[in-house]
Design a binder for this molecule. Structure first.
Ligand code: GRG
Length: 296
């Protein structure tokens, strides 16, 4: 596994994930057609497939295969997509563009976009229940892992803090709390689920929990930086939006240069946790380094 093979591996893995997502979602022709069309519209609008990629790389780091990890990999992407569809609604962040396309409510209407998010979230549980069990982990464990991540103490809890923080100048500590619950929680869940499908030891699961936490925060810092430094075309979503609505972000609170340093510091912390995996952790290491340098 050399550094130069990361990009072809990412491309190939994105293809495998897309093909599995196609199998795990109801067909577009299934009645009622509108909702199934809308679910597929948002899932296949593009997207880096980072969460499934992390699930599969974590399975590999723990000595498992991609095949057993495909269901949870897709479940994390479906949960992520649901959160984007709802986050883009006029009553939330009110965005017109996502993954380079008009947002769900722009195409299907607000009511249908609410239902699309609901349907995607429900599909998460149908898909995760298809994950093969191991000696240590049962379907109940997988279900608990993803349900807790999506619930009122993590993703939704983070969104509550986000909504309540609108129009206020948040401190760095308050900002971290939001992103711990949102971005970092789903990235942590993604690597943990992959590890579980590979029957990971508690020590390895713990290492990946710290990895996911730090990588998740680093990913969010970069996301905030890109909002300031990149174009709408490059991001596939409205650039400069955070500044336009006076949102508390890492660059707004720390400044651009300190934000870059913060992302590098968090990535370094994430990389340190991979020691326990030896050579098998190489793919996760490559992904973490790549994310720090990403341009979209
Ligand atoms: C219940 C409304 C509701 C939301 C749940 C998690 C969450 C709370 C909302 C997520 C909304 C959001 C925009 C979070 C920021 C996380 C983030 C950096 C998203 C972008 O992820 P990428 O860059 O996107 O991986 P792609 O499109 O590549 O998959």
């Amino acid at each position: 596994m050399s550094d130069s093979d990361l990009k072809p591996w990412l491309k190939q893995t994105q293809k495998e994930v897309d093909s599995a997502l196609g199998r795990f979602l109801p067909r577009e022709s299934a009645a009622p057609k509108t909702i199934h069309k809308a679910m597929r519209y948002s899932i296949f609008a593009g997207g880096k497939r980072l969460r499934p990629i992390l699930t599969l790389a974590a399975a590999e780091a723990c000595g498992g295969g991609i095949e057993n990890a495909l269901a949870p990999a897709c479940a994390t992407e479906i949960m992520h997509t649901y959160s984007l569809v709802h986050d883009d609604l006029p009553c939330m962040d009110d965005d017109d563009l996502r993954r380079g396309r008009p947002t769900s409510h722009k195409v299907f209407g607000e009511g249908m976009a609410v239902l699309t998010g609901d349907a995607l979230l429900t599909q998460v549980f149908i898909v995760i229940a298809q994950t093969p069990e191991t000696k240590r982990y049962s379907v109940k464990d997988y279900l608990e892992e993803i349900a807790e991540t999506g619930g009122s103490k993590k993703l939704i809890g983070g969104q509550v803090l986000d909504l309540e923080g609108e129009g206020k100048q948040l401190t760095k500590k308050e900002l971290i709390k939001i992103h711990e619950n949102k971005t970092a929680a789903l990235l942590t869940c993604s690597v943990r689920l992959g590890a579980m499908t590979a029957n990971a030891t508690p020590a390895k699961l713990e290492a990946l929990t710290t990895f996911g936490y730090n990588l998740g925060l680093a990913f969010q810092v970069i996301d905030d930086i890109l909002d300031v430094t990149q174009t709408t075309e490059m991001l596939g979503k409205t650039a400069g939006k955070d500044e336009a609505v006076d949102k508390s972000t890492y660059p707004a609170i720390l400044g651009l240069e300190a934000s870059r340093k913060e992302a590098a510091r968090l990535t370094k912390k994430a990389l340190k946790t991979l020691e326990i995996f030896g050579k098998k952790g190489k793919r996760l290491e490559q992904i973490a380094r790549y994310l720090l340098e990403r341009e979209y």
